[in-house]
Write a protein that binds this ligand. Structure first.
Ligand code: ZN
Length: 267
């Protein structure tokens, strides 16, 4: 069975039909909703498509890109996140983290505040925490230590999604009891490839991080078709869903094989 650690089901075309087709293909996943408006729609899919019985899980949180908008509805965001997470004791927190490409990246800024808040919540509720980090692994790790990670409790594991760090970073994550999630982009940097080659297999996860751009990337007709056939149902939608399933399976298989090849290199 294929397991995708991180994908954005709600941003892919025809999510209900896609969820059904993925179930038939034996493809399970952690579906991420990382903006407050996405939480309820994904929860509805979770229920209507019986995602739990298909071996899936949900990841709910606030992305560093969304912190400015989240701050406008600050109280609602805080309360709402806890409420959706309490609906199932396996739901994970995230994706949250730091990203230097987006506003409010500065030390002590909004990104950091929301990251710390979600890390504390994950510890309190004993949930795994999916982390998005671009620009400063050192600061992310330091903040995690400050809130209490790495003290020998395994109740909440930090999962570094779309890993792009080096060996030193990977070691610190592993020492903290964390996991490393490998995406196609993780294999582009030499220093990340070297790190992935040395990570114990049981601490590695694989992911597509598929969202709306996943379909565009695979080219041509798909995006246009999706816009034309906005209604669920109909043969065009069926084609789009079938294509998406095939591409997800392929993409996940490729990344897993590439990581396994790195691990099998003689050292
Ligand atoms: Zn993501």
């Amino acid at each position: 069975m294929a397991f995708d650690n991180h994908m954005h089901l709600g941003r892919l075309p025809h999510p209900s039909r896609l969820a059904q087709a993925l179930g038939q293909a034996g493809y399970a996943y952690n579906a991420v909703a990382c903006e407050p408006e996405e939480w309820e729609p994904l929860w509805e899919l979770w229920l209507s498509e019986g995602l739990k019985s298909k071996g899936c899980n949900l990841v709910l949180g606030i992305h560093p890109m969304a912190v400015q908008r989240a701050a406008e509805t600050h109280k609602q965001g805080l309360r709402g996140l806890r409420q959706v997470l309490e609906r199932d004791s396996n739901f994970q927190v995230g994706e949250t983290g730091l990203d230097r490409r987006f506003p409010e990246y500065s030390e002590g800024g909004l990104q950091e505040q929301w990251f710390v808040f979600q890390a504390e919540l994950a510890l309190e509720l004993q949930r795994d925490l999916q982390i998005h980090c671009v620009g400063d692994y050192g600061r992310a790790l330091k903040l995690l230590r400050q809130v209490g990670y790495g003290k020998g409790t395994a109740a909440s594991r930090p999962i570094f999604h779309r890993f792009g760090g080096d060996m030193g970073t990977a070691r610190q994550i592993l020492d903290m009891g964390g996991l490393i999630s490998v995406h196609q982009s993780s294999l582009e940097k030499k220093s990340s490839r070297a790190a992935i080659a040395c990570i114990p297999a049981e601490r590695l996860l694989f992911e597509t991080d598929a969202d709306e751009s996943f379909c565009t990337k695979f080219g041509g007709g798909l995006q246009v078709k999706n816009e034309v056939t906005h209604v669920e149902g109909g043969d065009d939608a069926g084609d789009v869903v079938e294509n998406t399933v095939r591409r997800l399976l392929q993409s996940l298989r490729d990344v897993r094989e590439a990581a396994e090849n790195l691990q099998n290199l003689p050292r």
